[in-house]
Design a protein around this ligand. Structure first.
Ligand code: PEP
Ligand code: MN
Length: 270
């Protein structure tokens, strides 16, 4: 990897990103919640479901990067206030996406982790802006990005002084159309040999299909991931965005139980 000063692995020291009382990169972290914050009831109910199922953090988009300008764009500030309420009730830290440099500093008043989505991975102004904040960043891999390009984006954030970057493999575009993306599992051990930063997996956007999420979560654990981020909805058929990939309460509980069990077993093997 050329030109990496801060992101490159030198020695065996690994970064652990602290988010409230959660340590990403130490043990196994589960982040779950709806694709979008749709309204208060849906978000609070889903927050309770993921808390009961064993999640460590709550995800939910208040600003949504949608392919169509006519699709639901998110509730914005109203959505962030709903997330704040969900955190108050459940104690789960909030992971939420930021789309625009102009919104970064005020979103920090609500978010515990700033998510940079796949479509914005190489938005260098946005990377520099979140790099100036005192807030952990979840940096998703761009859908057409190489590992080197991705790590250079992490470098942009680290270079501004923010050391708390969590990488997220969320699948890349290939010729395959059965799955929404192709989850690149080799990225997990590869990233571990290139950088000290923690990496989590998003098997939800990585497959786009509920039936594939548990198997690919387990495969990610076997590949050495530090955690997973998945979409859960209290009633998936009603979800405003990404309904075909949202887990039910029972599916999420099964996923959390199985991944934690496999993670424990993996640690016994190595
Ligand atoms: C999301 O997490 O809801 C999302 C839009 O993900 P990605 O940026 O990976 O497509
Ligand atoms: Mn989504």
């Amino acid at each position: 990897m050329k030109n990496l000063k801060f992101a490159v692995l030198s020695g065996s020291e690994r970064t652990v990103v602290r988010v409230c009382n959660v340590k990403v990169g130490e043990g196994f972290t589960i982040i779950a919640g709806p694709c979008s914050v749709e309204n208060e009831e849906q978000t609070l109910e889903t927050a309770r479901i993921v808390k009961a199922g064993g999640a460590d953090m709550l995800r939910g988009g208040a600003f949504k990067p949608r392919t169509s300008p006519y699709a639901f764009q998110g509730l914005g500030l109203k959505g962030l206030k709903i997330l704040e309420k969900a955190r108050e009730e459940t104690g789960l830290p909030i992971v939420t996406e930021v789309l625009d440099t102009r919104d970064v500093s005020w979103i920090c008043e609500y978010a515990d982790v700033l998510q940079i989505g796949a479509r914005n991975m190489q938005n260098f102004s946005l990377l520099k802006e979140v790099g100036k904040m005192n807030k952990p960043v979840l940096l998703k891999r761009g859908m057409y990005s190489t590992l080197e390009e991705w790590l250079n984006c992490a470098e942009y954030i680290l270079n501004e002084g923010n050391p708390d970057v969590i990488l997220c493999e969320r699948g890349i575009r290939t010729f395959e159309t059965y799955t929404r993306n192709t989850l690149d599992l080799s990225a997990i051990p590869a990233i571990k040999e290139l950088t000290h930063l923690p990496i989590i997996t998003d098997p939800t956007h990585g497959t786009g299909r509920v039936s594939l999420i548990i198997p690919m979560s387990l495969a990610s654990v076997a590949a050495g991931t530090d955690g997973i981020i998945v979409e859960v909805h209290r009633n998936p058929v009603e979800a405003i965005s990404d309904k075909e990939q949202a887990l039910t309460s029972a599916q999420f509980a099964e996923l959390a139980r199985k991944t934690r069990k496999l993670y424990k077993l993996m640690n016994e093997i190595v």
